[in-house]
Design a protein around this ligand. Structure first.
Ligand SMILES: [Zn+2]
Length: 701
C-alpha cells in the first residue's frame, strides 16, 4: 500500500520531490526505484562501478567476496530473485548451483527494507589475463513482467609466469600397473606437483647425492607389503614416486619416506623429508567408476568427488601429495602439532583466528579456510550440506600453505601472503586553476580497495576516489596540504593501514621545487648529519628549508636561506618524531614542495658529557679516607630523555655496577678508595625503558 502510493506519486515529478525528502528520514539507506542496489562490505554502491574479484597468484582458492543487495522500491513483496553469472569458473555460496554455463542462486526478499548478502568467487586459472563477466539479477515485476538487471564483474588476475623455486621431481618408474602409461594422467600429476611447488620459497637445499635417499614403495596390491628403492641420480628438491595400486579398500595414499633422510641446507638438517610416494587406486576413489581426467580449469565443477561418480584424478593426487610433502607424522613439527591436537602457530592464528585441528587421518577435520570459504586440506568435502562454498575440484587454500610453513617450509611471497599496503609513489604537484590527477597506489591483500581520508584535508577543489585512489579536480589555492589516507582491502577483519601524505599546489609559474629526500619512510637518527636533496627549475637563488611535525600547523627552521644547490646537510634534532615532513620554499614562499610521505626521527640516547674527577683525602676526627670525586654534565638535547645515570667500575674486561643516580645528579663521591690504586669508571645515560647509552670513561690514579 505504502509503496504503491509512493510509486504513483513518483510519476508526478513535482509532488514526488517533497515526499522523497520525507522518505529519506525514515529510510536512510536509500534504494533505487526500479532496480537493485548492489553494495560492497564498505556500503559503496557498485551498480555502475561493477564487482571486482581477484584471482590470487598461483593455483589457490580465491577469496570469496561478500556483496549485498537491496531491492527496488517498486518491487512486489515477497520477492524471489534469480542471481546468475556467465562464467564456468564463477560460483556463489550455497545454496546455489554451478556448472559450465555458470552459477545460479535464488534469494528471497521479504520487504523493501530487506538487505541480503551473498558471496561470489572464481575458481583459479593458470593464465595471467584479466577477465570480465556479467552478474544478472532476474525477477518478476508488477503485473508479471520479467525484469533483468546486469552488473559487470571484473576479475584481477595476479598470476605470473615465474620459475619454480622448489622442485618436486616425479618418478613414474615404480608404476607396475600401466595406469600411468597414459600421458593425460601423467600430465595431471605433473600439474598438481607444480601447483604445490609454486608456493614454496627458496630454502637453499643441499643436493641429495645419487643413492643417498631411500624410499618405500608399496607393492601393486596396495598397503600390504613393499620394497625400498634408492635415487638413481642426484637431485635437489623432493623426489616423489607416483604409481598405480589396486587394493580391496579402493583407496589411494601418499606419504613421505619413513626410511629416508631429511633435507639439509648448508649441511644443517631441516625438519623436512626429501622423498615420498603417491599411490593411486587404479579403479577409482572408494568406487570402481574410474577417474575423471581434467582438461582444464573450466571443468573444475564436473566431479564433486562423491561416491556415485568418477572422482577427479587431479583432486586426489594433489591431496595425497599434500600428505607426502607436509601433512604426515614423519614431519617432526606436524607430529608435535598432532600430539597437541592442532597447529598452534602464530601466523596461522593471525590469519585464521583459530588453530586448525588435526584428526587421526592427518586431516584438518572440519576446518574451513577463512578467505575462500573452501574446506582446507582433508576437509575438502566442506560444502556438501548446502552451507559454505560449492564442491568441485579440491584446491590448495591459503590456510593449507600457512600450515605447511608452520611445519618448516619457507613460502614464496605470493600475492595472497602480502598484506595490503600503500606504496610510496610520488604524487604530482598541482597548479592553481589547472586540472589535476594523481593516484595513491596499493598492493597486496584482497582487492578491491577502499581509500579514505582519515584526517587532514586535500587541497581545495580536489577529491579522493575511494575505489581507485585517484585524487583529482582543479585546485583553487596554492600551498601544501597534509593528510592521512587509510587503505582497507576486501577483508572485514583487516582494519587497514594508513599513511601521512602531502600534496603541493603551486602557482602557475615556470619555477619549481621538488623534495627528493627525505621523501617518506626514512627513519633518521636524532643528532645525526643527513643530506636533504631537492630539484629545482627556473631562477631560484636561495631556498628556505624547514620541517613540520604537526601536519603544517607549525614549522621549525632548518635553514632560513640556503643557496639553491640541491642539497643541504642537516644535523637532525635529538627528539623522537614519527610524522615529519621537510618543506623547501623559495625566498618569497610562493613556490614550494614537501616530502611526499612522512619520515621519522628516532631519538638517540647520548652519554653524559664533561666526565671528570680527582682523588681527595678526607680527614675527620675519627678517620681518614680517600675519596674519588666524579662530576659530569647531562648530554645535549631535551632533558626528559635521560631517566638516570649508571656508574660502573671497569676492571679489565668486566664492568661492575657502582651506583645508580637520578637524572638530576651531576656528581658522585666514591668513598674509601685505596690511596695508590688506579680506578677506571664508565658512566652511561639510561632512558625510561632501561636502555643505556654508549659509555664515557674516566681513569683516576
Ligand atoms: Zn588424506
Amino acid at each position: 500500500m505504502f509503496l504503491q502510493q509512493r510509486r504513483r506519486s513518483l510519476k508526478n515529478a513535482g509532488a514526488a520531490f517533497a515526499l522523497c525528502g520525507l522518505l529519506w528520514l525514515c529510510r536512510p539507506a536509500f534504494g533505487q526505484t526500479d532496480s537493485f542496489v548492489i553494495e560492497d562490505i564498505f556500503g559503496r554502491t557498485l551498480n555502475s562501478r561493477g564487482i571486482v574479484l581477484v584471482d590470487w597468484e598461483g593455483h589457490l582458492a580465491n577469496p570469496a567476496i561478500q556483496l549485498f543487495l537491496r531491492p527496488p522500491f517498486d518491487a512486489v513483496f515477497p520477492l524471489q530473485i534469480a542471481l546468475s553469472a556467465n562464467g564456468a569458473r564463477l560460483y556463489f555460496d550455497l545454496p546455489s548451483t554451478w556448472c559450465a554455463a555458470g552459477p545460479a542462486k535464488s534469494i528471497a526478499f521479504e520487504s523493501v527494507s530487506s538487505k541480503k548478502s551473498f558471496l561470489i568467487s572464481i575458481f583459479p586459472d593458470r593464465d595471467t589475463l584479466p577477465e570480465d563477466y556479467i552478474l544478472t539479477i532476474a525477477w518478476s515485476g508488477g503485473g508479471g513482467t520479467q525484469r533483468t538487471q546486469n552488473v559487470d564483474i571484473h576479475v584481477i588476475d595476479q598470476d605470473k609466469d615465474q620459475a619454480l623455486l622448489f622442485d618436486i621431481l616425479i618418478d613414474f618408474s615404480q608404476d607396475k600397473t600401466g595406469f600411468f602409461g597414459d600421458p593425460a594422467k601423467r600430465d595431471i600429476v605433473t600439474q598438481a606437483a607444480k601447483d604445490w611447488a609454486y608456493f614454496i620459497g627458496d630454502m637453499s637445499l643441499d643436493t641429495v647425492e645419487q643413492a643417498a635417499e631411500t624410499t618405500w614403495i608399496w607393492n601393486q596390491d596396495g598397503f600390504k607389503s613393499g620394497y625400498y628403492v634408492t635415487n638413481n641420480s642426484s637431485y635437489n628438491g623432493f623426489l616423489l614416486f607416483v604409481y598405480g595400486i589396486h587394493h580391496d579398500q579402493l583407496r589411494s595414499g601418499g606419504e613421505p619416506s619413513a626410511g629416508g633422510g631429511f633435507q639439509t641446507s648448508a649441511g644443517r638438517e631441516l625438519p623436512l623429508k626429501r622423498s615420498g610416494g603417491v599411490e593411486v587406486e587404479i579403479q577409482g576413489n572408494y568406487n570402481a567408476l574410474g577417474w575423471f581426467l581434467t582438461s582444464g580449469d573450466d571443468d573444475w565443477w564436473f566431479s564433486r568427488n562423491l561416491s556415485g561418480e568418477p572422482n577427479d584424478l587431479y583432486s586426489i593426487v594433489r591431496h595425497e601429495m599434500g600428505h607426502a610433502l607436509f601433512f604426515e607424522t614423519h614431519y617432526p613439527k606436524f607430529a608435535s602439532f598432532k600430539a597437541d591436537g592442532a597447529v598452534r602457530d602464530e601466523a596461522v592464528y593471525a590469519y585464521q583466528g583459530s588453530f586448525p585441528k588435526i584428526d587421526s587421518h592427518d586431516h584438518f577435520s572440519g576446518e574451513v579456510d577463512r578467505a575462500s570459504g573452501k574446506g582446507m586440506f582433508g576437509n575438502e568435502y566442506h560444502g556438501t550440506y548446502g552451507v559454505g562454498m560449492p564442491l568441485g575440484r579440491w584446491i590448495i587454500t591459503k590456510l593449507d600453505l600457512l600450515c605447511a610453513q608452520a611445519i618448516g617450509y619457507r613460502l614464496r611471497a605470493t600475492t595472497a601472503f602480502v598484506s595490503a599496503f600503500i606504496k610510496d609513489e610520488k604524487l604530482p604537484q598541482g597548479r592553481i586553476g589547472e586540472p589535476f590527477s594523481g593516484w595513491l597506489q596499493a598492493e597486496g591483500g584482497i582487492p578491491s580497495y577502499f581509500w579514505s581520508l582519515e584526517s587532514g584535508d586535500l587541497p581545495d577543489g580536489l577529491n579522493l576516489d575511494s575505489f581507485t585512489g585517484e585524487i583529482s579536480g582543479t585546485p583553487a589555492r596554492g600551498g601544501i596540504s597534509y593528510f592521512n589516507v587509510r587503505l582497507r582491502d576486501n577483508d572485514e577483519s583487516n582494519p587497514g593501514v594508513s599513511r601521512a601524505k602531502s600534496l603541493t599546489v603551486n602557482p602557475r609559474t615556470d619555477e619549481m621545487l621538488l623534495v627528493l629526500s627525505p621523501n617518506g619512510g626514512e627513519v633518521w637518527d636524532g643528532g645525526s648529519r643527513q643530506t636533504i636533496l631537492w630539484e629545482s627549475q627556473g631562477s631560484i637563488a636561495a631556498v628556505r628549508i624547514d620541517y613540520t611535525t604537526d601536519a603544517g600547523k607549525t614549522y621549525k627552521s632548518i635553514a632560513p636561506s640556503a643557496p639553491n644547490t640541491g642539497s643541504f646537510v642537516w644535523v637532525t634534532p635529538i627528539e623522537s618524531m614519527k610524522t615529519c615532513f621537510v618543506r623547501i620554499a623559495d625566498a618569497g614562499g610562493d613556490v614550494m614542495d614537501a616530502s611526499d610521505s612522512a619520515f621519522g626521527i628516532s631519538e638517540r640516547l647520548l652519554p653524559p658529557i664533561h666526565f671528570q674527577g680527582e682523588r681527595h683525602e678526607n680527614r675527620s676526627l675519627l678517620q681518614r679516607e680517600f675519596v674519588n670525586f666524579l662530576r659530569w654534565e647531562p648530554p645535549p638535547g631535551p632533558r626528559g630523555i635521560v631517566f638516570k645515570y649508571r656508574i660502573y667500575i671497569v676492571e679489565g674486561s668486566t664492568r661492575n655496577l657502582l651506583a645508580e643516580l637520578g637524572a638530576n645528579s651531576g656528581e658522585y663521591l666514591h668513598r674509601k678508595v685505596e690511596k695508590d690504586k688506579t680506578y677506571t669508571y664508565a658512566l652511561v645515560s639510561v632512558d625510561s625503558e632501561n636502555r643505556e647509552s654508549q659509555a664515557v670513561t674516566l681513569t683516576i690514579r
